[in-house]
Design a protein around this ligand. Structure first.
Ligand SMILES: Nc1ncnc2c1ncn2[C@@H]1O[C@H](COP(=O)(O)OP(=O)(O)OP(=O)(O)O)[C@@H](O)[C@H]1O
Length: 254
């Protein structure tokens, strides 16, 4: 599914959070969003998810303006894992993941074995099957994060939006979630703070003070000059002798 933002502006109390942002994410592409704190990544993801409706600019889903789509149609296509997700008190892990199936249920389409299988698969994908019966509020931060990702996967979206999905995860789960996301045959937009992890995206967009100031492949975008200018850090870019990928070694703040 192709996701496009056209000239989006978003202003709150006279403060421009998004300033003329345009981008196109191609079907199946993994697009990384990077930028300093407060640069507008979450705001842009919320606009792309349809949670914020811009007065200026528009979002297109496979060419269709999102503001003409029904809420249910959006939910059947796009899932969003937010950074500070809602609390689901007194609910079991499996029930939390099953919420991902809600957009597909109706009086004519009740819960089926297929929904059960999808939920089980999603729990497996994030390594949470063993905790399926646990109450949500007893989970650790990283376990909750994995349940949110499982809920999004259970939605079987064609566009997956992820806001710093690895920020609570241990290194093994960071790597396995990112690997899983990259393998999914869906369009992914993922906000990341770890710039070395962003190297594995197909393309990257750099946010700075509400503007998308650069778009390109990781090698095009993640240059020492860009990191100095936008992130305010000095970096050495090294060549990994094992696979010749790039490694960023951050030295100090400018
Ligand atoms: N409801 C709001 N009212 C006023 N300002 C807001 C509101 N929501 C966000 N902001 C401001 O908009 C700016 C962009 O916020 P946003 O959460 O999109 O940034 P971000 O790039 O995701 O940051 P981070 O990396 O810290 O998560 C920030 O300065 C934030 O304080």
């Amino acid at each position: 599914m192709r996701l496009a933002a056209e000239r989006i502006d978003w202003t709150i109390h006279g403060h421009k959070l998004l300033d003329d942002v345009s981008l196109v994410v191609e079907p199946g592409e993994t697009f990384g969003l990077i930028g300093p704190n407060g640069s507008g990544k979450t705001t842009l993801l919320r606009v792309l998810a349809g949670l914020r409706k811009p007065k200026i600019g528009r979002v297109l889903v496979d060419g269709l303006p999102m503001n003409r789509m029904r809420r249910r149609d959006i939910a059947q296509s796009i899932s969003f894992v937010e950074q500070q997700a809602e609390t689901l008190d007194r609910i079991e892990v499996r029930e939390a993941v099953a919420l991902g199936r809600t957009p597909f249920l109706s009086p004519l389409r009740s819960w089926s074995d297929q929904d059960d299988a999808i939920v089980s698969q999603a729990l497996d994908d994030v390594g949470m099957h063993h905790l399926a019966g646990r109450l949500w509020h007893t989970l650790s931060g990283g376990e909750r994060q994995r349940v949110h990702i499982a809920r999004a996967l259970a939605q079987q979206p064609r566009v997956l939006l992820l806001d710093e999905p690895t920020n609570h995860l241990d290194i093994r789960h960071q790597l396995s979630i990112l690997q899983l996301v990259r393998q999914l045959p869906v369009t992914v937009v993922i906000a990341l703070h770890d710039l070395n992890q962003a190297m594995d995206c197909d393309r990257i967009g750099v946010m700075d003070a509400g503007r998308l100031v650069d778009i390109g492949t990781p090698r095009q975008v993640l240059t020492a000059e860009r990191l100095r200018r936008t992130f305010g850090v000095h970096v050495d870019i090294l060549d990994d002798p094992i696979d010749h990928s790039r490694i960023m070694r951050f030295r100090n703040a400018v």
